[in-house]
Design a protein. Structure first.
Length: 330
């Protein structure tokens, strides 16, 4: 069987890959190995209760030592489900549905990233089968607020390395209020679901009318009207060249008139989609706020999203579609 697996690292805070957006793991289907105690896994071929499934797919794991070894879910894995259920309960139904396609939701004991997600494989008709997600365990167990977590990540783009999840005074200050004041986990889960929906529905294809076509000349390069001088230095991980604190004022000044909703959205069409979908979902709620502050300027990203006509309409149309979900795998 011809199989492609996309494991895109999302909201990526690692250091080992050359570029965040090139950090695909390409696996064969039998390389997503994990095992759970007998009797816990559902016998249902096509689950219909996506919320009930959360208990079955949560899987606490240690870092991969040997890629050939099966990752075994640690005892107590299902105790992670209630935190995920709290987020599930506030998601739009079309996002909730994605969990029915999910083969496993790894809760990573020790990882550099905040989360990752992808589609497992494609069948002979190029329809997606199975999906997976991974989340950093501390985000599930501790109620870290979005300001701390996403602000810490934002500073990484400027070469700042603080312990998780601390803001350094010399970097940009992020200030976020999520709907109902939910934790950073809310943002991370919506972002990751965005990647699965993107892959399953081919939102980012090279065709006219695709999400890519809105702002990207190719998957590697923004269109001329979206390009800005400091884009070439935008890099989050293991970078040859990277923005520094001295670039901060110019960077945000240049990013502001583009259609990239966040710094991370400007990295690639995939992150652009996931970040924009997250903003779309959050902005449905009046209490959502997202600001970036530098010593000389404040950028209100919620207001920016409200003004992004084409992207907002595209995303609304996307979510109104009869969306495809990966076929659940046993
Ligand atoms: Zn992502």
């Amino acid at each position: 069987m011809k199989a492609l697996i996309y494991l895109i690292l999302l909201l990526f805070v690692g250091t080992s890959q050359a570029y965040a957006w090139e950090a695909f793991y390409v696996l064969k289907p039998n390389e997503l190995r994990f095992s759970k105690a007998a009797g816990i896994q559902s016998q249902q071929a096509a689950p219909t209760d996506c919320r009930a499934r959360l208990k079955e797919i949560t899987c606490i794991v240690n870092p991969i030592q040997d890629p050939k070894e099966s990752r075994s879910c640690q005892p107590g894995s299902e105790s992670m489900a209630p935190a995920i259920e709290r987020i599930y309960d506030v998601l739009p139904a079309k996002l909730q549905q994605t969990f029915c396609s999910m083969t496993v939701l790894f809760i990573e004991n020790d990882t550099e990233v905040l989360g990752y997600a992808g589609v497992l494989t494609w069948d002979a008709n190029r329809e997606p089968q199975g999906s997976f997600m991974g989340i950093r365990r501390t985000l599930v167990e501790q109620n870290y607020d979005a300001t701390s977590v996403l602000g810490w990540k934002e500073q990484k783009a400027f070469g700042l390395k603080a312990p998780p999840f601390v803001h350094l005074p010399e970097g940009p200050r992020t200030s976020i209020v999520l709907p109902s004041s939910l934790s950073a986990l809310h943002y991370v889960i919506v972002h990751e679901l965005g990647h699965i929906l993107d892959f399953a529905n081919r939102a980012n294809s090279p065709e006219p009318g695709s999400w890519t076509a809105l702002s990207w000349e190719t998957a590697e390069k923004p269109k001329a009207d979206q390009m800005f001088p400091l884009w070439s230095k935008l890099c989050f991980y293991d970078c040859k060249e990277q923005l520094g604190v001295a670039d901060m004022e110019d960077f945000y000044h240049q990013l502001a008139p583009t259609d990239f909703i966040t710094t991370y959205a400007a990295v690639s069409p995939w992150e652009d989609f996931a970040e924009s979908l997250t903003f779309h979902v959050m902005a449905e709620h009046a209490d959502f706020e997202y600001q970036i502050q530098t010593p000389f300027a404040t950028y209100d990203l919620k207001k920016k999203w409200d003004g992004l006509g084409m992207k907002k309409i595209w995303m609304q149309d996307f979510l109104n579609r009869d969306l495809k979900y990966p076929t659940p795998l046993k």
